[in-house]
Ligand binder design. Structure first.
Ligand code: LRH
Length: 493
């Protein structure tokens, strides 16, 4: 079959990217055409996404692609769990909240502790198989109960589905992202009707599910015109793994099945790919998630707080004009800082909201009886060491619970460029790390589109083989010398 030229809209919480790719069974070329900063907008009544601004940036990126050649299809992926509500005219009811907004603080604990709430942690896990994150869509909806927006809502669309709706006029719920809502049954692959009812959503507010690879719809004439397509052009939007992590794991260039991954960006998503969800009590107590992947796979993983902690610290230092705190200088200095001097629980809930991250890291160290890091270099070292330690602990736990070991850790996403963190990951996990591609999510996005357009890439193995053949990976061998066991024991205390 011939090569297809497709657009990937890959939206991260800190930046959005529009990429163009040419894909054939034997070639894969990806190029960034537009990148823009993203982040929560602080308003008087919450922390919101500028979703219309994101739509505008998508049009900017698509116009650039149209200006330079064919456009065979478009796919959209973004961070999970967030959504917009539509009224009966299909109009957006308010700005979508970001998952770091404080309105869900303590709510899940409160509801799960109250027998009258109807929510039970064990039941919830048995149905949805999700890590208990405070911002899962279920709890966001619970926080919205009684608001005018929720009362008037006719439809709830996850963000990539909302942006796809604005391009095509077609509504639906892509399955991989639906699996992150905690309103989705991990076993039956349908909306969990009892949870939908318990949280007070009217039936039908959650739209029909669609699979990655299905056609969402075609660009509306007004949109096609806005991006410079000739009149009458029919460009499909294809549902991809619209959860960015689902697309990123499609893009993991694994050669064999016994791999672990770290999808490293704002978050670190750390785990294994399985055929079936693990919904046992052991998995629940370890608080592991079972997210739906492309082609019916399951991502058995843990959300680790990720490079957000470092980027948010850097933002602080930049605001205060602290010298030597750009990423390049900082990482160079961190390399020479004393390793494993201070480790903290990088998944502490206090690191979730935006704010004074360096001070919070110092508090965590103090409380844990660890040496308190004082300089930006010491703080950054603490963050990277603590991330690598968390990867080790979580991957070993995943392997034990799933009864499946791993012989390599694939690090994909922007964080795969962080050489020190890759080396620490290899050291901590005791197996080689293969690093890259940095744009795994965009690659997974375009590969699923290409297959939908008829490019002969029959399964994940074929897609991954193509990524492997077309991308150079970094390789990090585990080095002895650091006492990770002792660091783990300190953390457990
Ligand atoms: C990463 C991610 C992750 C979710 C979080 C909300 O971008 O999609 O998989 O848990 O954002």
């Amino acid at each position: 079959s011939t090569a297809m030229r497709v657009a990937a809209v890959d939206l991260g919480a800190t930046s959005g990217r529009i990429m163009v790719a040419t894909v054939s069974p034997t070639s894969l070329h990806l190029e960034e055409v537009h990148r823009f900063p993203n982040g929560g907008v602080r308003a008087h009544d919450g922390l919101f996404w500028d979703v219309l601004g994101i739509h505008r940036e998508i049009l900017v990126g698509l116009s650039r692609i149209v200006a330079t050649g064919r456009l065979d299809a478009i796919g959209i992926d973004s961070w999970a769990v967030d959504y917009g509500l539509l009224d009966r005219d299909g109009r957006l009811l308010g700005n979508p909240y970001t998952y770091r907004d404080s309105r869900t603080d303590g709510l899940a604990e409160q509801l799960l502790a109250d027998p009258g709430s109807g929510f039970d942690a064990a039941e919830l896990y048995a149905t949805t198989g999700l890590q208990q994150l405070p911002f899962n869509t279920l709890w966001q909806v619970a926080a919205a109960r009684g608001t005018a927006a929720l009362e008037q809502a006719e439809t709830l669309l996850m963000l990539p589905d909302l942006l796809g709706y604005w391009l095509t006029g077609a509504q639906g719920a892509e399955r991989t992202n639906a699996s992150t809502t905690q309103l989705y049954d991990a076993t039956t692959g349908s909306w969990a009707a009892d949870l939908v009812e318990k949280v007070g959503l009217r039936p039908g507010v959650l739209p029909p599910l669609r699979d990655p690879g299905s056609v969402v719809g075609h660009l509306l004439p007004g949109i096609a015109e806005a991006i410079g397509l000739p009149e009458g052009a029919q460009v499909p939007v294809v549902a991809v793994g619209s959860h960015d992590t689902a697309s990123a794991v499609v893009g993991v260039p694994a050669a064999d099945e016994d791999f672990a991954y770290v999808s490293s960006g704002t978050w670190s998503l750390v785990g294994l790919e399985l055929d079936e969800p693990v919904l046992t009590e052991e998995a629940r107590l370890a608080d592991f998630t079972n997210e739906g992947g492309v082609d019916g796979t399951i991502r058995f993983l843990k959300n680790v707080m990720g490079l957000w902690v470092l980027s948010e610290s850097m933002k602080r230092w930049a605001e205060r004009g602290v010298p030597g705190t750009d990423l390049v200088s900082l990482l160079a200095a961190v390399e020479d800082a004393e390793p494993l001097r201070t480790v903290v629980d990088i998944n502490d809930a206090r690191l979730l909201p935006p704010g004074d991250m360096p001070a919070r890291i110092q508090d965590l160290a103090r409380e844990a009886g660890e040496p308190v890091p004082e300089t930006p270099v010491e703080i950054a070292r603490t963050i990277l060491d603590s991330l690598a330690l968390a990867y080790r602990v979580q991957l070993r736990t995943a392997a034990r619970i799933a009864g499946r070991g791993f012989s390599v850790v694939h690090v994909v996403g922007g964080g795969s460029h962080n050489q020190l963190l890759c080396q620490l990951t290899a050291d901590a996990c005791g197996v080689p790390v293969l690093a890259g591609p940095g744009e795994a999510a965009a690659l997974g996005n375009v590969l699923v589109q290409a297959r939908a357009l008829g490019v002969d890439l029959p399964d994940l193995a074929a897609m991954r083989a193509l990524v492997r053949r077309t991308h150079e990976l970094g390789r990090y061998e585990p080095a002895p010398g650091l006492d990770w066991d002792a660091a783990e024991a300190r953390l457990a205390r």
